[in-house]
Design a protein around this ligand. Structure first.
Ligand code: HEM
Ligand code: HEM
Length: 311
């Protein structure tokens, strides 16, 4: 369950960070992306996503605590039940809040994007992932041809694992702890307080700010969030920078654990999986970071408005 939920969230993160960057680089496309988030298929996905994040967070905390306290290992079964109980306890009020947004949305006549269009729009992401995987295999093949592998020794030092892997082990636990408030706060703001449908509600106050989304565009919503200042500090930009850095590195290192687990028998593929995760993480950090440091001009909001009208 920990593995499946972690993988699901990484997959979503790839789409989400690239989509969000369009608020800066391609506002018309961002409006479409948010329309897709508001389609029935993605509403189902939204419930699964929130479940995945909440379960993974509690179970991750269990892993981090248990790993450091061997004396608690005899309570593993009880700890697993506590994780499930805590997940249900959090999800019940959260889902009630989310369902209220869904019901309010469908109480009015709505025009949904056709399912085929929603699916076709995801194909470029899939193509990007395939290209990244091919590039990683080619890189790995070139490395294998140029650098001769070192013979594996069975010394005690090797058995303890490398210092780098011990760093990653600690990083996964520390970053997990830091991610809990950040990602749960982000989800509470987007799903419970604002609601995904109200990201594009004209005249609504943008969550976490005192600014009104006049145009009812998703682009203005993001502009309000990122331009909102507290004592001269763009608090939501800083928040998103921390969220982006932590979830991307944690998520892709987790993905590396999973992919290298299943490619133990092939040095070529095992190395390629490592490269693939580096390519993926760097892509998201660069694209997402560039957006977070960028400016959403009033012309971008105008372009977004026109795109909405055209739909
Ligand atoms: C369907 C669920 C979600 C919605 C509707 C949503 C919505 C948004 C919105 C509107 C922004 C723009 C900036 C802002 O308002 O703060 C944003 C940014 C961001 N979100 Fe989410 N979010 C969702 C789930 C998640 C999850 C689960 C994660 C982490 C795993 C996440 C990580 C981020 C990051 C890293 C950014 C900054 C992106 C960038 O730099 O391009 N979001 N999100
Ligand atoms: C919400 C707070 C989170 C906590 C407390 C947490 C905690 C953990 C822990 C302790 C591990 C085990 C690491 C190990 O085996 O050494 C892990 C693995 C993983 N995490 Fe997270 N995590 C969190 C959020 C996330 C997010 C947002 C993502 C996706 C972007 C993610 C993706 C993964 C993946 C893919 C794995 C690897 C699973 C495996 O090896 O089977 N995690 N997490």
């Amino acid at each position: 369950m920990h593995r499946l939920t972690g993988l699901g969230v990484v997959f979503f993160l790839v789409l989400h960070v690239i989509d969000t960057s369009w608020a800066v680089f391609y506002p018309a496309l961002y409006e479409k992306a948010i329309k897709i988030y508001q389609s029935p298929l993605f509403t189902i996905g939204e419930f699964l996503l929130v479940f995945a994040v909440v379960y993974h967070a509690f179970n991750g905390l269990r892993i981090a605590i248990m790993d450091n306290k061997p004396e608690l290992w005899k309570y593993q079964e009880r700890a697993a039940y506590i994780v499930m109980g805590a997940t249900v306890l959090v999800l019940v009020p959260v889902f009630i809040g989310m369902i209220r947004h869904v019901l309010a949305h469908y109480a009015e006549p709505v025009q949904n994007l056709p399912l085929t269009e929603v699916l076709v729009e995801q194909l470029p992401f899939l193509a990007g992932m395939v290209v990244a995987a091919i590039a990683a295999v080619i890189l790995s093949a070139v490395y294998g041809a140029v650098v001769k592998p070192e013979p594996v020794t069975g010394s005690a030092k090797t058995n303890q694992g490398s210092a780098l892997e011990r760093f990653w082990w600690s990083f996964m636990r520390v970053s997990g702890l830091l991610i809990v408030p950040l990602v749960l706060g982000h989800l509470a703001a987007m799903h419970v307080v604002q609601g995904v449908f109200d990201i594009t509600a004209a005249g609504a106050v943008t969550v976490g700010t005192n600014l009104v989304n006049e145009s009812g565009t998703a682009t203005e919503f993001v502009a309000n969030r990122w331009n909102f200042l507290v004592a001269g500090v763009a608090v939501w930009r800083l928040y998103d920078i921390a969220l982006l850095a932590l979830v991307t590195v944690h998520g892709f290192n987790g993905l590396r654990y999973v992919l290298t687990d299943y490619t133990q028998d092939s040095p070529l593929l095992r190395r390629a999986m490592g490269y693939l995760c580096v390519i993926g993480a760097l892509t998201l950090l660069i694209v997402g970071g560039a957006a977070l440091l960028g400016t959403i001009e009033p012309t971008a909001i105008e372009a977004a408005k026109q795109a909405l009208r055209a739909h």
